[in-house]
Design a binder for this molecule. Sequence first.
Ligand code: SF4
Length: 290
Amino acid sequence: MAAPKSKLPRLSPSRINTFLGCAMKYRFQYVESVPGLPSEAMVRGSFVHRVLELLLGREPDQRTIDASREDFDAAKREFLVRDDFRLLMLDSGDEAAFWDSSRECLRAYYRIERPTEANIVELEKWVTTPLGDFEIGGFIDRLERDTRGLIVSDYKTSRPKPAHFSTDNFRQLTYYALMCETQLKETPHSVRVYYLGGGKDEFARDARVVSQAVTPTTLGEVRDTARRVFASIASAESSGEFSTNVTKLCEWCDFKEWCPAHGGDANRAREEGTTRVNLRRREAGLPIAS
Ligand code: SF4
């Protein structure tokens, strides 16, 4: 689903998080649009989201086990022809493991929620709010309601993280709460992450479902952070100086080979990244992107 056009410059919650994590990574990803290769974890996350979107898009009494099997198969047919899935180039054993691990995430979902009882208000809803010279906008994965009001929630197919290690996830969801406040004229009372990874029976429901209250303080913090990040991006774009932030996350950074902090040449990223992706596309039998 494409985002609607805007007259104002727009930041999404994920752009803000990327810049906060590492300005150089932001440069590679959003300023230079260096094409990246999908990872198995990313594609599994998208696949599980899609199955749950299909399932929870049904009327509550139709969200049966049989329906979830149909939705799994429908999503699988979609993914088998999607570029990101094909670019993984999984052999038959790895592909079987991919579907098994996705099923495992869905089993974890069933252990923490009865889909027939989920009170879903919206799925994949576009929301936006202006913040002076710019706006923030994005798609909410899932907006639900309980007796206290709205909850902005999302699934993660990673292992559960306790609330104090979920701050990035909470911050991202709090942007959506801010956008709901403007657009729906109702402030969600909480943000919530459903962690679906990490194996069979290792985690209790309380470990997998982690929430944070939405308060004037948390809304004010994300509003201030968005303004600060917007100003910092404008300054980095005009000076051309994007700082690096070396952490253990660099091991999973798709742009590490061109990162100056790791001895790379940032100016080669766009050309070499395009070549790398085109080589993979050719190997995967996909047309070369122009
Ligand atoms: S390798 Fe690390 S420092 Fe370099 S761009 Fe990626 S995240 Fe930033």
